[in-house]
Design a protein around this ligand. Sequence first.
Ligand SMILES: Nc1ncnc2c1ncn2[C@@H]1O[C@H](COP(=O)(O)OP(=O)(O)OP(=O)(O)O)[C@@H](O)[C@H]1O
Ligand SMILES: [Zn+2]
Ligand SMILES: [Zn+2]
Length: 820
Amino acid sequence: MKPDDAVSYAQVAVLNGPAEPLHYRIPQLREPTARPGVRVLVPLGRREALGIVVDTTPTLPDPSLEKGLKDLAAVLDERPVLPEDLLRLCRWMATYYLHPLPAVLETALPPGLTAKPAIRYRLTDEGRRALLGSAAPSAGARALEEALAASGELGACELRDLPRGWKAHAHRLEEKGWIRKEFAWPSTQPTQKVIRIVQLVREPPPERLTRSRHLRGFVEVLLEAGGSCPLARIRARVPNVHYWVQKLTEEGFLRVQDREVLRESPLAQEMPPSAPASLTPEQDQVVRRVGEVLDSGGFHPLVLYGVTGSGKTEVYLALIERVLAAGRTALVLVPEIALSTQLEALFRSRFGSGLAVWHSGLSPGVRDDQWKKIVRGESPVVLGVRSAVFSPLPNLGLIVVDEEHDGSYKQEDRLRYHARDAAVMRARLVGVPVVLGSATPSLQSIHNWRLGRYELLRLEKRVEERPLPQVAVVDMRRHRGPFRVLSPELQEALRETLEQGYQAILFLNRRGFATFFLCRTCGYVLQCPHCAVSATYHQSSDRLQCHYCGWEAQIPGACPVCGKHALIPFGFGTERVEEEFKRSFPHVETVRIDRDAVSRPGQLVEHLNAFRSGKARVLIGTQMVAKGHDFPQVTLVGVINADTSLQVADFRSGETTVQLLLQVAGRAGRGDAPGRVLIQTYNPQHHAIQAAVHMDYLRFCEAELTSRQALQYPPFTRLARLLVTAPDPEAAKRVAGECAGTAEELKEAFAADDRPVALMGPAPAPIHKLKGRYRWNLYIKAWSHAHLQPFLEALMAWVAHRKLPRTVHVAVDRDPMSSL
Ligand SMILES: Nc1ncnc2c1ncn2[C@@H]1O[C@H](COP(=O)(O)OP(=O)(O)OP(=O)(O)O)[C@@H](O)[C@H]1O
Ligand SMILES: [Zn+2]
Ligand SMILES: [Zn+2]
């Protein structure tokens, strides 16, 4: 029974329901009780929907809501699936990214937890006795009772076939305690794995052991295993094991227990725990400083600016060990699966089964199990990509964001969140330190350090006195033909490196063979029919492919515009690099890593292993190979075309180019031999390229910040993008125009209020058409978050009120990283 002062209203975010949470009455339910973070079933219109309780209150904010208020239909969890801090994080994200809260919660939870359960009714013992002879009031009720009496339990299929009236009766029977409602997640809840553990409670007397050889064998296996072991292990050595288990259990010598086995990441390797290396003085200093911060408690953002190969990972490990020793938990984010698989082996060797891994390469079943381990506190360390920021770690003590500058942390569809920013917010909500590590920290983090908001910690040297690599530029304006792919300088360097027995990485941020097909007669470029981008040619499949929507086609014999047979391939990607390399070095084994060559994480690990073991001597790849990897035998890195990221019309292109170049350069010389880097470019004097050559990141940042300030770009201002898309080009243009008109009016009102806001656009997005939808951008700039937030809220309120056609979408991209 509920005490009188108990809460009686729940605010529920209804999945696939309205953007705003709805109120429901909490009925005098039996256990479990409704509280924030649990899943519930609620009536919504004529259906029953799944929701998450986000708040409970004793009164309604507005008494007039009472009318028409409905009861929660069922509470599905005994313990919250979302702990309090995560719920707060989700609410913050819904506000900040102007995204419906139910959709945010759906992003935060593993897929298995957001599916709607099926209902089953089961007859209780009491019900079985009472039902006989009870008078059912309707045909539906009678049918329900008969069906229950016949089978004892009814699932969705059987219930569907019952005549009307059974629902109300089921409710009555449930109130009386005659039937019990149960929930099952049939399709998404993968079958659980269970193992049977046998435990020796006391040893059988020696005279019995001497009498039976099998019993002796049975007990020996158990004793060898330290008193308990999986039944399967005994079965392998002793016949008739079930007979013995039953007999010994009855006599009180044994105890049998079923234990749920949680599935692990398929990429995890079990390795004996490795002893931590002794830290370098620099590493030690950093660990001590963060240790102080951990001891004093509270939110504290730190930037760990450590050059490539300075041993940041070892610092993270030492910090995590401290956190674990204090009985708390730690979360480590990495930008990509490729990096997760490298760190996973290392982390596993230190933390064993205390490590949970989280990325999209895991099957839904494994993800559900990792989630369970985390919630139960069985995995105090979580390593994962972007969405791991939602790991339900209890008692969180530290968050680490590795390669914090990396653009992969930004999700570019649906909920357009930045996992690094979300991680910082989570650390703030929980009140713990957050370490943002990188050899090339984002300008935003450098800016926050200069403002005194973040503390900067540095690792200026590589471990073991290893030098940073020598970087040189190859001016590609002098080279023609195949030399445009591999310049004579790079070929010479490759030859030397391979002769000395070392390895090389060739980096190009474009996959495929040729990046476009041009008609030599009329100049037409073959395009994807669904996107306004040129189609890439893939030689391995001899087909054209769109890298944005996946469209594929044969190469047309003639130009679709002028009909001449004059189509020729231009530009090149990783596939062509591999071919050119093979032409010059036919006997050298290579491995290619890009999204064509590795379609699943298992393959990625295979390729990385082939390179690590030395079976492959040269690694060719896209940005998947550029960062974080630690291959000690690599002494040469070749950047095939440093200009690809400079060509992007974006105020961040300088920053991303330097970061990319320094990161990929940092893969060279991480072992005993020094490394060197050749950067092929058509813009040798560009300041971003020069900064990479001189490895002078901080000076680049100073210059770049000065120019950003002059131009009033982030991080000195706050930016949002309104992205309007529609299948009809006119509709997209019209709605973008209307949004801009409303934004103009709002701007006036804000200006009158001394809250200046600037607008840019509307303009067609650089990729004007994507997956069959036309796209328009409107940029909104403000000088503080406090001004931008209400502006965006007002604008989106107008959009919601305007009731646009269903096919037109208006999305907010907060702190946009991409202008495409
Ligand atoms: N104290 C130490 N003594 C000896 N070797 C170390 C020490 N700390 C780290 N290392 C080794 O140095 C190498 C580089 O370390 P790590 O991969 O952590 O670099 P990083 O700082 O993360 O670089 P990047 O930014 O390029 O990812 C690894 O092989 C690691 O095992
Ligand atoms: Zn043509
Ligand atoms: Zn396309």
